[in-house]
Design a protein around this ligand. Sequence first.
Ligand code: ADP
Length: 475
Amino acid sequence: MFIDGEWRGAASGATFDSTNPATGAVIASVPDGGRADAQAAIAAAERAFPAWSATTAYQRSDYLRRAWQIMMDRRDELAKRMTEEQGKPLKAARGEVVYGADYLLWFAEEAKRLYGTTIPSSRADQRFIVSHMPVGVVAAITPWNYPMSMLTRKIAPALAAGCTVVLKPAESTPLCAVDVIKVLAEAGLPKGVVNLVTAKDPAPIGQEFVTNPAVRKITFTGSTKIGRMLATQAMSGLKRVSMELGGHAPFIVCEDADAVHAAKGAPLVKFLNTGQACISPNRFLVHRSKVEAFQNEFKARMLKMKAGSGFDDAVSIGPLINEAAIAKIDRQVKDAVAKGATLLCGGSRLTDNGLDKGCFWAPTLLANVTPEMLIYREETFGPVAPVIAYDSEDEALRMANDTHYGLAAYVYTPNLARAMRLYEGLRFGIIGINDINPTSAAAPFGGMKDSGMGREGGREGIADYLEVKLGGFAI
Ligand code: ADP
């Protein structure tokens, strides 16, 4: 753990193992922090806050730019660590390291653009100015599926704004977090500005975060269930919250779309991180006239995908994170088939050729999916693509919006008017129009409804770390 500028063990002396999800092998052990460690980290962040928040935007920008350079210089090493601990193919891991570094550079620049405003007053003797202040100590909780970029997406804007940070990463990927914090430490950040508490049991750390009065903001990426609980608790202390939660993205293939082109994009986004992404499409809504062409191409592409260790260049399907992920997928697929869905490919766990040591699931295509099936509403977080046929644009829009979630949605159509109608009608925070990667450090990422609140990245991503301060000057 990294507390007050020092690498140290847990107060209790306990440790826990981090394992490789492709092989089950132990990689290393890390400190198993508890509530006392979280308290020490928050106290360090609180002590560091006055001096850090008094630095100039240019100084903070320099630190972030240095961290960006170190992260880019180290991208191969960081990517290997990610593949080893999280499982995604090395090429995808490299992509994530660069995406993670992008946030450091983007917010190094945004730090210098924390503009305020002046407001005309109705009184001749009065002047109004509005400026922005950092909220204070930020507590961040991050997930295992993007174990480096989700850290910089929170830490970079917090530091740029002048906040200090305590991070608790996911228990499945603590080593990725250690490596990211090393990058920040080597950039020369003053002690206490960034702190890391690793823990096997997240609950006591989370309790300290939401109840400690020194923490002024909680930023969380993870499940809707835990996010809702933490947000509710944080509210009683009137802490700011940003929540990036689950999703259930529709992928709409319109009547006028090139179904084969859409089916080339579909696997790229569906199998991203083996389906373990909150923006992963969870329902393919395809116009009835295009279903056959779409499914044929999609299936052909799925059958060519190889599962295995992310260190094998031919592999595009890495392991799932744990047995619980396999059990959830198994339940959803069995339920769909029992209720009348047709299994076009996949549908089972993969165990041949040494895959039994990890949690691998075959890319799965389900046809004739209906609203009665669990998969129609529940987030899957795995390599399963359910196809639902529709007959009219209104019906597609109604089905797409028929979810408690509201993170990402995708549309394939060459018709500009239709694209605009769907862009406007879809109740989601991120809409990809003929685009399967509508994300960037420069653009706001976040969801509506049960997918959360607040935005990360873009101009919006730093606003969540700032208080607005009004000055009224009588002259
Ligand atoms: P997932 O099911 O995808 O693992 P979680 O919401 O359980 O999603 O995990 C996301 C992050 O939330 C992880 O860092 C995890 O340790 C943390 N977390 C899980 N439960 C709690 C809790 N009770 N309090 C605080 N953090 C938690």
